[in-house]
Structures are given as C-alpha cells and as structure tokens.
Design a protein. Sequence first.
Lengths: 998, 273
Amino acid sequence: MAFRLEIALKPDLFDAEGEGIRQKAKDYFGINIEKIRTIHVVTIDADFTAEQLTIIQKELFTNPVTQISSYSPLPVEFDWTVWMGFRPGVKDNPGDTAIEAIEDVLQVRFGPDEAVYTSKRYGMVGKGISSEDANQIASEILANDIIQQWKVFSSADWDSETGIGFIIPKVILNHTPTVTTIPIGSDAELKKVSDERNLALHPNDIPTIRAYFLDKDIQTHRKRVGLLDPTDIELEYISQARSDHCNHNTFRGLFRYRDEETGEETIVDNLFKTCIEVPTLELKKKKPWVISVLWDNAGAGLFDKDHYYVITGETHNSPSNIEAYGGAITGIVGVYRDPLGTGKGSKLVMGGYGYCVGPRDYEGALKPHLSPRRLLDGVIEGVRDGGNKSGIPTTFGQVLFHPGYMGKCLVFVTAVGIMPAEVDGAPAEQKKTSPGDLIIMCGGRVGKDGIHGVTASSEVYSEHTPAGHVQIGDPYTQKKMHDFLLESRDQGLIQFITDNGGGGLSSSIGESARFSNGCEVRLQEVPLKYEGLNQWEIWVSESQERMTVAVNPTHLDRFLALSGQHAVESTVIGRYTDSGKLHITYNDETCAYVDMDLLTSGFPQWEFDAKWLSPKRRCLFEPVLNEPAKYGPLLLDLLARPNIASKEWICRQYDHEVQGTSVIKPLVGENRDVNSDAAVIRPVLDSNKGLAFAQALIPGYSAIDAYHMVACTIDEAVRRLIAVGADFEHIGGVDNFCWPNIQYHADENPDGRQKAAQLVRACWALKDLCLAYEIPLLSGKDSMYVDGYLMGRYGESHKISALETMQFSSIGVVDDVAKCISMDSKIPGDRVYILGVTGDELGGSEYYEHFGYVGLNVPRVDADRFAVLYRALSHAVREELVASAHGVYRGGLGVHLAMVAMGGNRGMRIDLAKVPVTGVDRNDGVLFSESPGRFIVTIAPENEAKFENLFKQLDCSCIGTVTRDSEFIIHGIKGEVLVSVSVKKLKDAWKRPFGDLI
Amino acid sequence: MTDVRALVLTGYGLNCDHETAHAFALAGARASRVHINSLIDGSVGLKDFQIMVFVGGFSWGDDHGAGVIQAVRMKTHLGDNLLEFVEKGNLVLGICNGFQTLVNLGLLPGFSDDYQQRSVALTFNDCGNFRDEWISLKVNPSSPCAFTRGMNRLELPIRHGEGKFFSDKDTIQRLMGGNQVVVQYTRPDGSPANGKFPFNPNGSVFDVAGICDPSGRVFGLMPHPEGYNHFTNHPNWTRLKERLKREGRRIGTGPTPGILLFKNAVEFIENRS
C-alpha cells in the first residue's frame, strides 16, 4: 500500500523556492507567472496504520508553525501544476533520510520492498501561461530528463481526489545475476565483444589480453578453479584498470614531437615520468617538508611536527555536462574521499572549485543539452550542497566563461585535508595491506550507478530502468562515514584505506591488493541497493560514498561496533592474500581468477604524433590598434567583462568558514566584497600556523602557446600565495590538465597533432616552472577528450573543442597567521608600489579579447628573475612592512589597481610614468599588458625607507598614493589625466553583470 | 582546574563540533564531543555535564526541515533526560542547526515551563539561498540570557539556508515582552535592520537572530559565536590590525566577542555552585 503526503508552507508565508522559479521563468524565457507555490510530496511505499501515519505526518513532516499537509492533494490554487520526481534508481537523499526518521520514530524496520520517495509539485498561477510554457518550465528549469521525470496538469485536467496519482520509481530488474564467458578466438572477435559491451578496450591491448588467457600455464591454473576463457568480470577489471582515466595512458604515451619551423624532432617517452615524476622526486630530496607524493590518493606535506596536510584535485566534466547539479555534487563529494583515503585517513579541512562554461547569456545557434546559464546554476548548487553539507569550508574558486566550453564544461574540485603525523605510534602517511587482513566496504550500497559512465545514456528508458549513469552525491552519508573512519583511524583500527571512485571495487581492491599481492572477494556479500545486478556490475559499479578498508581480524569487532555507533554500514566482503591472484567468487563459484601482475606487464604504450606550428607560422599577429582616447569608459567596460566581473553570489552561497579556521576569506576589503588573492585557514585550532591555498586558470594564452599558458598559470598561483604572506620556500602544487583529444584523425580530429604538441609544450613548461620555483607536484590529474558535438540551426552538428586548459593549485604553510595580509588598500596616505616590470605582452589579454583580437605577444615568465622578487616580498611581509599586496593578473595593471582601490574603498592617485616598463610606450600597454611577475603593494609612509632598502636593485617603484577622497585617478605617461572616476562607479561597473544574483 | 563540563553533540551530519568544543575550552570549560548515539545508548550520561550544546551542521541532511529529525530523535530517546537537564538549572545552547533543533524540540521558547511546545519556526531564507556572511547584532540588555550578559553589539558569521525566524504575532509579542528576544540583526552602525537584506540576511520577523527561554538558561541563535574563536576570523582583521599598528597598538590581545559568549556560560555555572 502506498501513501502520499503533500506538504506546503502555510498560504500566507513567503515561498522563496517558488519565487526563485518565478524569477527564472521571467529572466530565461519571458514567461510571466503571478505566483508559484511549492508542494513537497513524500510517497511512502509501505504498510502503516492510520495512527502511525498520523505520527509520521505530525512529528516528522509538518511544522505546525509554518506548514500544512495532507494525505490527499492539498487544495493549492493553480492554473498549471508541474510534478517532478526522480527516475528509478536515482539517489533520492531526502527519501533515504525519511526512511531513517520513520524507522526511528516508530521503532520499525522497512522491508526490502518498502521505501520512501520524495518529489515536488509546483502550483503556478498566471493567466497567460500556455501549455508550452508550463512544459518549458518543467523541462528547462525544474527537471532534467536524464535523472527526473515530470508531468504537467492544467487546472482543467486536475482531479482533486487523485492529484498526481501514485508514482513509485522503484527499480525492478527481474534478473538472475549471470557471469558470461567471452570468446577470444581472434583479435577481431574480442574487439567486437568489446564494442558491443562498451568495454572500451584499446585495440593495441587486445593481443596482450588474448595472449594472457591463451597461455598454457595460465589455462592450467584457471581450469583448477573452473575457468578457461575470460569472464566478463575479468575483462571489465582489465578495461577499468587500463582506461585512460585510471592508467593515464596519454600522459604515459610516446610522443614524436616535431618543430615545423626548425624541422627538429624530439622523442618524448612518457610525459608523466619526465615532466612530473622526475622533477618532483628531485625536489623531494631538496625539500624535507615533502612527506608523501606520487603513489597515494593525495600528496602530503609537512604542516608542523605533529601534522601533515594533504591535497589533491579532480575534474568531473562529462557528468556535470549532462546533469550539472548531480555531476558537480558527485564531483566535490567524490574528491573529498581522496584525502579521507590518504595515508591511514585525513580529515577534510578545505575545498576549492573552478568552473569553465560557455557564456552565461549565450543565445547563439548551437544547442547544448543544458544552456550555459542553467548548467552554471546547477554546478554552483551541486558544489554548494556537497561542500556545505560535508561541513568543509569552500574557501577559493574561479569561474571562466568561453565558448569553447560549450562542447563540454569543466568542473574542477580540489580537496585539502590534514592528518596527524603518527597514528598509534606509527607513521600515518604509510599504509599497506597484509595477507589475512579483511576487506571491508564502508558507506553506501551498490547499484547500477556510474557503470560505463555516459555510454549508458543512449539506452532506452522504461518505467523501472535505473537511470544510473548520472549520480547524485550524498554528503550526509559520507559525513557520517568520514567521522566514523577518522575515529577508527585514531583507535588504530585501519591498516589500509582507499576510496571507491572510478572503477569502483575493481580499482580500490585491485590496487590495494597489490600490497599484499592477492585477494579473495566474495561478491555476494556486497550490500546492494536492489537485487538483480550482474557480478561484473557489482564489481565495477561507481556507486558513491564508499571506502574500502583493510582491517586486521583481531580489530574486526571493535571496527564494526564503532561503525554501528556512527550509523554507517560496513561489510566484510573478502580478505587480502599473498596468492598473487585476484580471486573473485559469487556464492562460492569462481568468476575471476587473474594474476595480480597482469596489469603491470606487457601492455603497449600509446603513441602520438605532435607537430608544433609556432604562433607566427600560424599567422598570428599583433593587431593594428591605435591608442584609445577614453580610458575611463574603457576601464569600466573591462571591469564589467564576465571573466573580470564580481561573482560574489557564488562565494556567499558557499560556507567558507565552517570549522572556525578562516583567516583570509574569499572576499575581503572594507565592504568584504573584493576577491582575495588566496585563502588562508588555521586548520589546527590551537596553533597559529596557517595553510594558504590558491588556484589559477588562464587558458586564453593557449590560443598562442600552451607553454606560456602553463608558465603564466603557475606563476599566478605562486604570486597569489606570496600576496597573502605564504613562504616562497614551501609551495606545493597540483596540476589539473583538461585537454581536447590529441589523437590525430584526418576527418575527426584534423588538428590533433597540434593539440598533441601543445600538450608536450605544456608539460615542458610544467617541468621548467616547477624546477625553477621548486614546487613539487603533490598531486595531479588529467582529463582528456574535452570535446563535444553540438547541433546547429540547420540540423548539422559541430565539434566544439575546449581551449587547452590547466588549472594549477598552490598550497603553502604560513608560520604565523597574524602576519597574513589582504589585498585591499588600507589607510589614506599609504604609498602604492609596483613590483616587477611591465612588458609588451598584450597577446591573449583581456584587453585584446575585448576587441576580438588574440594577438601574438603572449606573456612570458622569467622565473629566475621573478623568484628573487618573490623572496624579497615574502621577507617584507614577514617583517610586517606591507599594508596590502595584490598580484597583477588577468586584465592587467588598470584592472588590478581598481581592485585594490575597491577593496579599500579609498581613492588612489597613480602616475603611469613611474611604472617600470620594457618595450612599452603607450598607456594602454602599461595599463592592460598581462606581464607576469608583478604585484601592487601599499606601504605605510613610515615604512617606505625600510621597504625600498629590501628591494634595492630589484624592479620596484612607487607609483602613487592611497587618497582620503574616493576618486580613482590615473595620470598617463605624459602626465595627462587618463582616468578619473569614483571608486563607487568602479564598483558599480564591476558588479553590474552578476550583482543582482543571490 | 575548573570542573565546568560542556557536552558538544556530534554525528549524523553535524559539523561544527570541533570548533565549538575548542571555543568552550578557550572559555575555560572541559568540553567533550559526544556522538548522539552515545547519549542514547547511555554510554555517556547528561548528568556529568552542566552545559549541553546542539551545534551547527546538517543533521540528517536537513532534508525535511532543518533540525526536525534531530529533534524527533532526541525527543523519542532522551525526552525526559533533556527536560530534567534543563530543570536542574543547567545551560543549553543551540547554534544554527542546534537552534533549529531546539525550536523543533520545543525547548524554545519554553513559555510557562512548557518545554515541548513548538510555537516558533526557522524556515527558508527569503533570499532563497544559503548565505555565508558576517552580520551585526544588537544584544538585548534586559534579556535574562545567561550567555550574553554584559554584551552590547557584536559581529558574527551567519551560514545557513533556513534561518528565517517566524511565528505568529502573539508569540512574537510574548517573546518581546518577556525579553526572550536576545539578539537582533542590525545595520553596521547599530540601527535596526528592519528586515532589510542583507543586514537581516534571511527575512526574520523583527530581525530576530536568537531567543532564550524565560529563565535565560536555554539559548538558541542562528549566528555562529564559535566561528569567531580567534581574532583572525573577523573579515576585517587585517584592516583593523593595520590601523591599530599605526596607533602603536596590537590586535588580538583579549578573547574575541565570540569566546566571551562561551565565557559567560562557564562563569554562570561557576557562580551557580
């Protein structure tokens, strides 16, 4: 029997959710709705007495002060009602907590066939709303057909007795789990099966796989456990482990790089090894603070003698592109499992985000699945709920708009954690599995989630088919698990821990069993969300919120008791062995039996042709552009460009200070509304040490040369830390590459060789800069194939490739947070200094982009020279000589002087003639060149002499003063007044594009 | 030294437990983080504590009204113990999600010694979104609240999506009349916010940010005092530091206003015994 409870706010109460939808309908589509009321629907598919139903209604789901509710449809006035609910198998977090609450209040247990489902209906009043309007609101604002279903009722269609009816999105598979044997008679035969089953085996891998299973010795061993040809589960295991996602085949590939100008050919064997691993290991020798790199889920650095910090960054692009909210929340909650699975477990202390999307107001001919505006809204909200509900401050982030991301958006998520240096007297960063340890799966249950990622989206839906390929992260379940696992760690109950992300158990057990050299897994023990999953599906499912833990059998009782106390599900699903075999059974029958070392031997390297055409050879040139006359309006327009403009609405909906550790917030200044250069937290509450964290993202320079894109991005990430007071001698990095496909194909990817050359050059820059600035790469990831096909106006489709993009995250330790500084000008009379030299480097700049140009003269990093300056500034900040410091980034000096003035809410008088330049003789060059290596610094007059003394022989010049009035005045090279505008006007312009959003 | 003991609840999606315990430790109490289930199964007893804190977070994901499920679970399993704890003259503090829980439990407003009646609510912010921002507050000097004695104006962070205080007119009048409204949102200059966003960040009626019971021993508020446990938590501290430096003074020499609130609680218990 099913019951349907409808709940709404009392009619005289303001419905903020309804109002938000009303506003969106108006802004997006010009549909005028007078009023919307939101009705929450709780459908209980279980048997309860009338008395029990009353308790459920009154105690749990109806607030007597604010809400009304009824088991029959609420009589809410409407012209149209839109109902929307999840498709079967989509994670319904409120449904799950409703079950917990009902079980608790009634002291009952739900049976396996009983459940609670939540959905919503919206009653819309408005005479002018057409049926098309109602459907458009349903499909383009409220629901996403990938995960949700909806129904539209007119007031005439509505039956006030039956209402929306009873919609039970229960998964019914009616399937007996089956292991299938795959014939491997020929390469072609296996290739065919691979294509049919979406195994995505690389053609070059197929002979190696066949050779293994055809080996006589192997076959003899396999026969003993009842196997011969490979099973589906075995091939899935190999496919997951060999995927580019898990194995980084591209970065480990062989590149034949040819410079078309010089004709010089270079063979680059393994970008990962040569540009990431070797430099990082070299730096590790020099930097004793590097604790653990290149093997665990995240890298670790020394925080103080009792604590290590850990950091990693991920992307979650493809899922977010399809279902923005679900993709983004799964991304942030997922990356938070990486530190949790680092060493013997780390507590999460901070998160960061980076979104690259199409222009928010895009109204062109291309038709992405989600409009850029809707996509961005969904991504923002996904990270909001994922971060806030995890109780982890989201302290830093950036958004970048560019049409290249319409094919596929980028969602970067970064996680920082902290662990004690020792657990139970042993080093906390080390861990291993040993024969005899039990394999325990903790957290969520397994369903058909995320199996084979997006390829499943082409399958046909039925009423009860699980829409499992797009997931919705569940921060609540994970937070409980996080608290439980850290307590287990502190009690010394954890031998090894890792997360279940891409590849599910296949990856987490496959990788952890390498330490002990073998495992036996009993798949029938794995708790499932619903019956009927095939064995291979249980093995590779990417259902979220799960960790795999190795526990010594003597600790099992304590571990499970603690798990129970934290209301976390933990199940023994096997044990680690030293048999050299990955051995999987289901009801005692073997379904996989392969050698642990199969994956490390004999697979061929991927190969790429890379051809570099220099920017000049590509006919890039400096535009013929005469100097502007109206600098005031120009500056205001640049401040209002989407990639410069204030995005306060995003920072404000992210809890950036939970845990009570906040030192430098994402928004600073007198009115707390200007972006800080970096975030600083004090992760150990009884210590005055801090962690500074920043990120940079400047893909625009890739249009000229990805080498300089990477060099400038790293330089910016470093300067951001220096600007808040971090120590230049201790900076760790995380590289996140997002690249379009680099495999040349004459028709499908004609510029693949150029993109491959860009990747090689980008990695060279990564190596060069990391060595020059002595930044070990604590972690890093790559996401290739950032391409998408979009339909156009005439039924044609276009391949859209993203700019070659790398986000760089930087992290450093601050000895005393009381010496941190912020970017806002402080006190009238303070001197304004510029550090660094402004060059003729407008190529790829915001200024050129404003006019539609790319240009040629891309900014270049002179790392050795810059490093001297950075050390000097670090020193000055330590001596407390600096009132404010701010890097000069995108938009150049003009834009960033304005930022400093807006932060301080004070005027400024600047003399451009005093700015040190090289090769620049025009005001627009001085104001808008994006030369790296520069800072704007303000100094109290009494500190001037000391400060200048520290910068003797360095590029440092006093260019103006902070004024008492509110006028922002810039004098040009010849002394003329170029800009004279109030700080308020600057701020109004900067806030205009997104200032109304909340 | 001191034997004032504070119990800080954890578990089920709560997330401000560490800094709240830290704040109580700074204020001189012995603070213990205790899982909700440890209280329920009796392995930890309320009788060993004089202060109980319902902390911020997202208990049960806040999926069915913030703090609702936590309140039901506490009431189902610990109802009488909680009432007894209050009757014995102890202190109960609810911050953010904890405040939401207290009003759903009925421990607030606690009119006429009825600590089980739900008569006020915290519902969705009028602005339609979660919001993190420092706001200005005015403390009611006539309030009996044990936590805010001697305090006047203060700034604290708010971080919530459901912080709009709501009740019917009579209840509000009664709260105002009994000086149970402890803190109200103001403009930065101390004048009333009068419902104006963002000074009143959520649309609370009468700018109410926190209330206490008639005894002043049960206190709930949406802003986070534990979020101001160190002078560097304040959003303008770098500006203040620079200004003080020019006057030859130093920043961060005494406890923060956030910690003073916890100190008041500790002193209340100390003076009681």
